[in-house]
Design a protein around this ligand. Structure first.
Ligand code: ADP
Ligand code: MG
Length: 252
């Protein structure tokens, strides 16, 4: 099944996966910004958000925007009984997007905390992986460990010759100051990944998932984070520009 997906003529949709073993680092917030950013910026494109988190943070918040271009999936079949991702089902879902009629197709995957790379073969099906982290020691430690797990997964022989691994980009989030960002950069200096632009702490983000009839909270966040969202969506649309694995930390 996995190998067959590479053989068809329609290209795979441009796919981004937000992931980190750590919770509370901004995966769902950034998946929300990415999904709405892509849908607003590319009016000729379809956007599908696949929310793998049983807590359904991003999908609950985004389902009110669903229309013929924008769809949200969150169901219990996406995870196995022991909590690991149902790789086959996720790959099928991404693959099924080939059949839709839109000129451009985007898939955004939001993952729960605690996922283990070695049980996540579906990670091979994306163009880029975005890995948010805060600057706290605990988050940096967990992120480094998670990156080591990803490198181990992507160097596995059985897949390496069939799929190009995605570009890995760490996204500094909840950052307080430029000094803090530099601290993170130092801490990750030896990692063979890309380092994204910092997203600073802003109280408006705390209200990102609040449901409101007029969506005022989303509008405020979007106005405030406009340059960042533009940059974030370009990462996906221009993903072919990212050489797959930098030799050392490469700041974007
Ligand atoms: N840049 C930010 N500034 C302020 N709060 C943020 C920011 N990014 C995320 N948050 C808040 O932090 C909490 C965790 O974010 P969330 O996206 O749910 O993380 P995850 O999906 O990784 O568990 C949420 O309450 C969210 O609103
Ligand atoms: Mg989340």
């Amino acid at each position: 099944m996995v190998a067959a997906s590479g053989l068809r003529s329609t290209p795979r949709p441009k796919t981004v996966i937000f992931s980190n073993s750590k919770g509370g680092v901004g995966k769902s917030t950034l998946a929300l910004l990415m999904s709405l950013g892509l849908a607003t910026r590319h009016q000729d494109a379809s956007v599908k958000l696949i929310d793998l988190d049983p807590q359904a943070t991003s999908s609950e918040s985004l389902k009110r925007f669903c229309d013929r271009r924008f769809s949200v999936v969150n169901d219990s079949g996406l995870n196995l009984d022991d909590g690991a991702p149902n790789n086959e089902k996720i790959i099928q879902l991404i693959d099924a997007e080939r059949n839709n009629k839109f000129k451009k197709r985007f898939v955004v995957v939001d993952s729960p905390a605690g996922t283990q790379p070695h049980r996540s073969a579906f990670l091979f099906q994306c163009d880029i992986m975005l890995i948010p982290t805060s600057v706290s020691d605990a988050d940096i430690f967990a992120t480094k460990k998670y990156l080591a797990g990803l490198h181990a997964l992507f160097s596995q022989h059985e897949y390496r010759h069939t799929f190009a691994p995605p570009a890995l980009i760490v996204l500094p989030n909840l950052v307080d100051s430029r000094d803090e960002f530099n601290e993170l950069r130092h801490a990750l200096a030896r990692e063979q990944v890309y380092l994204g632009k910092p997203l600073y702490y802003s109280p408006a983000f705390r209200r990102a998932f609040r449901e409101q009839r007029n969506d005022e909270n989303i509008r405020i966040i979007f106005n405030q984070a406009q340059p960042y969202t533009l940059w974030l969506t370009s990462l996906l649309t221009q993903s072919h520009r990212l050489e797959k694995r930098p030799k050392k930390l490469f700041q974007l």
